[in-house]
Design a protein around this ligand. Structure first.
Ligand SMILES: [Zn+2]
Length: 315
């Protein structure tokens, strides 16, 4: 045959020779079969390797997924706790506002402050396999709400603190101390028969009768605006107390402060006397609010013990 080939095997010692006859067609067939088998086995092996690695990746992802789910469940519990705590903060806020005489943050402000989501978390549908209680978009919305509520409360507490300081501060400037501890109120505020002019006149303050030299104390914190002789007032001191309050002390025997000096409530500023239009030693004491005379007796306490305490603390 034309396409016949011979394979000759010779042993090492050249003693034996083997001859095999084989057709080229057969060689081609064998090679083809071998190649096909080799490819099939290779493919199966490769598939197995790929399957195995995909499988382990899947398992890894499944484990990760489970961990994430558990964390998200924990997070949603924490969000709930945070929400409850913020509600408590808000109710304390309301209480503080009541105490400080401020209006409560009304529901509308709270809603404006915490509602109106800026973001749209609409990717829930793309996340499958999660339980309903780990609704991601709901969680993010709640976190967003908490953030706004916390911001609102921070601002609110800041303004509460400011109001507190302001009120605490303004109390110091109220003319709450009786400027002469002992002594009798010999003439009150309002219309009266003037002892010198002998006519009915409006009395712009109160007169407290006391011996010459009795100490006169500042009724509130303030600054000396005037200290000197002022016509019918005789030796007079005028204090400016901020927030629109002003006090005047007339007919003094002695002035122990000077203009511009800062004064604390209860600090001695002078002594009772009989200077100016006065018939006997007494203190003429006025309280003004925004330039208008008010009845001083409405502002000071008559409690001797309290007044003495204030004075002893200031001097
Ligand atoms: Zn008077």
């Amino acid at each position: 045959m034309k396409d016949e080939s011979r394979l000759i095997f010779v042993s090492r010692d050249h003693r034996t020779v083997k001859e095999v006859k084989i057709s080229r067609w057969k060689i081609f067939t064998y090679l083809t079969v071998f190649l096909v088998v080799f490819l099939i086995i290779g493919k199966i092996g490769l598939d197995m390797i790929i399957d195995w690695s995909l499988n382990s990746e899947m398992k890894r992802l499944a484990r990760t997924n489970l961990v994430l789910q558990n964390r998200l469940v924990e997070m949603s519990k924490k969000i709930k706790i945070l929400n409850e705590q913020i509600e408590k903060i808000a109710s304390t806020d309301d209480q503080l506002r009541t105490v400080l005489g401020l209006p409560k943050l009304n529901e509308d402000i709270r809603k404006v402050g915490i509602g109106g989501s800026d973001y749209n978390y609409e990717f829930l549908d793309q996340v499958s396999g999660f339980e309903a209680k780990v609704d991601l978009s709901e969680q993010l919305k709640k976190i967003n709400q908490i953030e706004r509520e916390v911001k609102l409360e921070i601002e609110s507490y800041q303004s509460l603190l400011n109001t507190f300081y302001k009120k605490q501060d303004s109390v110091k400037y109220l003319p709450a101390l009786r400027p002469v501890l002992k002594g009798v109120i010999s003439s009150g505020f309002g219309l009266r028969y003037h002892p010198i002019y002998k006519v009915m006149r409006h009395h712009e303050g109160v007169d407290i009768s006391a011996p010459r030299g009795t100490p006169v104390y500042a009724s509130a914190d303030g600054v000396v605006r005037f200290a000197g002789i002022n016509g019918g007032y005789g030796k007079m001191i005028m204090l400016d107390h901020n927030y629109g309050f002003e006090t005047r002390y007339g007919h003094l025997n002695k002035i122990v402060v000077r203009r511009g000096q800062r004064i604390k409530r209860g600090e001695k500023i002078g002594e009772v006397g009989n200077t100016g239009l006065s018939t006997a030693p007494h203190l003429h004491y006025e309280v003004l609010y925004k330039g208008r005379n008010l009845d001083p007796a409405l502002y000071f306490f008559n409690d001797q013990i309290l007044n003495r305490k204030i004075v002893s603390l200031a001097n």
